[in-house]
Design a protein around this ligand. Structure first.
Ligand SMILES: NC(=O)c1ccc[n+]([C@@H]2O[C@H](COP(=O)([O-])OP(=O)(O)OC[C@H]3O[C@@H](n4cnc5c(N)ncnc54)[C@H](OP(=O)(O)O)[C@@H]3O)[C@@H](O)[C@H]2O)c1
Length: 227
């Protein structure tokens, strides 16, 4: 399948590497290809710059946002929450029309230091903002409640006995994404919360997520719902 991933950070790289390994045709998107390739410093996590990562993953291509969006039969939003709407606007409505957009972004505001706060919550969410801005695109919010390592490898924790939330307005799109999470990444327990307004809930899990990270001193944990 042709996949267009908006973003070049660790999430985009992790998803892109996994999908390329599985034989999919993957393009990651950035604001300015030349500027991104000219970076020489590691990212905030100490990961190598994008150019070095691309050299190690020759099957993954880098294009600008419109190029990545046009390439994808299915799209992934892995941009920073504060840049998401700008990034998707640049990607172009026409390149996103009728397609599924898997939204992994969190509306985190680090401007006042740690822990970050949410730029939108309670009565709205980033997932809804995206859906409103792109009514012809099927926004499916998922994967945003786990660290990037777990997104593509849930089995590394408790044999995969933990939950992934999903929400979105289009039942068929949600079902397809759920099947992909299972077939591509190995998710066993996917919990459908309902329409895209439920992105409020999964984005509002981030304040507890970052505090658990601080207490547990590891990002490799997840939520399990027990009835
Ligand atoms: N890291 C995790 O484990 C994790 C887990 C769950 C969810 N998430 C969420 O996943 C998303 C990606 O996280 P990340 O850590 O991989 O990367 P990130 O540093 O949050 O975002 C990097 C990407 O955002 C783009 N971007 C930033 N500001 C922009 C703007 N104003 N306009 C357009 N694009 C802009 C960058 O574009 P350029 O390529 O042009 O620089 C880059 O591609 C975030 O929303 C994060 O909250 C992360």
């Amino acid at each position: 399948m042709k996949v267009g991933i908006m973003g070049t950070g660790v999430v985009a790289q992790t998803i892109a590497a996994k999908l390329a390994d599985l034989g999919h045709s993957v393009v990651i998107g950035t604001r300015d290809v030349r500027e991104t390739l000219s970076r020489t410093a590691p990212d905030v996590y100490g990961n190598p710059p994008c150019r070095v990562w691309l050299e190690a993953h020759p099957k993954v291509k880098l294009l600008d946002y419109p190029g990545a969006a046009a390439h994808g039969e299915i799209l992934v939003n892995a941009t920073s929450g504060g840049g998401t709407l700008e990034a998707l606007k640049a990607a172009g409505k026409v390149n996103m029309e009728g397609k599924i957009l898997v939204d992994i972004a969190n509306p985190l505001d680090f401007s006042k230091g740690m822990p970050p706060s949410l730029t939108v919550c309670n009565t709205d969410s980033l997932g809804e903002q995206i859906q409103r801005a792109f009514p012809g695109t099927h926004v499916v919010k998922t994967l945003n409640t786990v660290n990037t390592m777990l997104m593509v490898d849930p089995g590394r924790l408790a044999g995969g006995d933990h939950h992934m939330f999903i929400c979105g307005n289009n039942a068929e799109a949600k079902q397809k994404v759920g099947q992909m999470l299972t077939a591509w990444f190995g998710w066993k327990h996917i919990l459908d919360l309902g329409d895209i307004t439920n992105a409020r809930a999964t984005e509002m899990l981030l304040p507890i997520w970052v505090r658990l990270y601080g207490s547990l001193k590891t990002p490799v944990f997840n939520f399990k719902v027990v009835q």
